[in-house]
Ligand binder design. Structure first.
Ligand code: DC
Length: 225
């Protein structure tokens, strides 16, 4: 328990489905949701807008510490009063996020921010290092993967539905490049936490993944479900 709050962490690479799974779990359990990737995406967006280079570690960390970011009840990301939810979802914003996420001072600056989300009745935290670094005492740690091809296909469908013109081969190349960077950075690389429930979602439906996690929740917190 973290200050009396039960925590489920869901880590994994882009496109593994962790965002969708984390959101569904939080809804079904009535728990809070932390989309930690959104924090890195907003830092990346601000850095681009303000022309701060990815080498300027201290300036980036100051951005991360001082950004006037909050999430409303619908999960929209508000920067002061500006809704940046759509802008941070673009491929460019994802790449920018992965670059600022490799800067140790930025990760450090976001630690307290993220830990502050551990509030009753519980938290589902989605990211890359939720179980390994941010919430090492979480009761349930899930590591969700899927093949790079399947992840590129899923992303392709999402973007086509939004009316964007994209190419699946470019997406697969982008996903591999981002995985490389996220797995090989020196601080908090993407790894399966110790004792994680490892699920490969390549051939599983969203509902099947949610059910497997809920089974673990029922074993871990028998009084809850
Ligand atoms: O989950 P996402 O695609 O929104 O994350 C965007 C980038 O942020 C991703 O490339 C890696 C980084 N990230 C991270 O380093 N640590 C986290 N806990 C979450 C995201």
């Amino acid at each position: 328990m973290n200050n009396g709050t039960p925590i489920i962490t869901i880590d994994g690479p882009s496109g593994s489905g962790k965002g969708t799974i984390a959101k569904l779990l939080a809804e079904r359990l009535g728990w809070h949701l932390l989309d930690s990737g959104a924090l890195y995406r907003v830092v990346g967006l601000l850095a681009r807008r303000q022309g701060i280079s990815e080498d300027a570690a201290e300036q980036l960390a100051a951005l991360a510490r001082e950004m006037p970011l909050r999430f409303d009840a619908e999960g929209r990301a508000l920067l002061a009063d500006e809704d940046v939810s759509l802008e941070i979802r673009s491929e460019t914003a994802g790449n920018q996020a992965s670059k600022v996420a490799a800067v140790p001072a930025v990760r450090q600056a976001l630690l307290d921010w993220q830990r502050g989300y551990a509030r009753p009745p519980g938290l589902v935290a989605d990211g890359r290092d939720m179980g390994s670094v941010v919430f090492p005492n979480a009761e349930i740690k899930v590591f969700l993967t899927a093949s790079a091809e399947e992840r590129a296909n899923r992303r392709y469908k999402q973007l086509i539905e939004k009316g964007l013109d994209v190419n699946v081969a470019d997406l697969a190349a982008d996903i591999r490049e981002r995985d490389e960077r996220d797995r090989n950075r020196s601080l908090a690389p993407l790894v399966a936490p110790v004792a994680a429930l490892e699920l490969d979602s390549t051939h599983l439906s969203i509902e099947q993944v949610v059910q497997q996690v809920l089974e673990r929740v029922a074993q871990t917190f028998p009084d809850l479900l």
